[in-house]
Design a protein around this ligand. Sequence first.
Ligand code: PGA
Length: 248
Amino acid sequence: MALRKLIAGNWKMNAAMAEMDAISRAAAAHGDVDVAVCAPATLISATMRPSIRVGAQDCHWNAYGAHTGCLSVAMLADAGATMVIVGHSERRADNHETSEEVRMKAQAAVAGGLTAIICVGETEAERDAGQAVAVVTTQLAASLPPASTGASTVIAYEPVWAIGTGRTPLAADVAEMHAAVRAELVRLLGPEGTQLRILYGGSVKPSNASELLAIPDVDGALVGGASLKAADFVPIIEAATPAFPSGY
Ligand code: PGA
């Protein structure tokens, strides 16, 4: 059975508060899709709306301590977050985060009651070398806490070369990767591996959302640039809605 789709915006280090009313109206009107906005931590409480799940973009794995500039899971939950992205490729690259650290963050997030969105993805050089599936499944195995469940954890496959570039993989390549991620989840978690949603991320926009969201095992999208404008984000929510044909 198809999993309920999740469309999650990742605002990164941008603010789009003026778009929130239109986004929340669309989320309320499309109740059979989960809609999330992962905002900068300072905007979490301001972003909260009844129809939307608010997420953070990173967390520390420790509950407290001498970690200047970091935020604990409890702090994010206290601010109103119910989800958190961990292991985004920008953090893996810019902050040299390892998959082991990502696993510790995901574990802390789930223990603290947040849904973890664990990101994985290959670089262009890795894809060109024919290693995309091996790289992503290896990252997944190292980043996923062993007790992960469909209720607690979401996977986001985001090819690094597709993020913010306007380029997306061929539908066949997305299908191959999502099938491989699904198989790896089942290998790691048993039958529960069928219950985790696998989002696609990387240059999702209104013009490609319907095609991407129709691919088997694409259970939603993690949307960067296009989540900053309701005029772009709302059609992506609509494209994920089973009751509305694409182009509605
Ligand atoms: P993009 O970013 O949609 O702007 O490509 C996606 C992401 O990094 O999550």
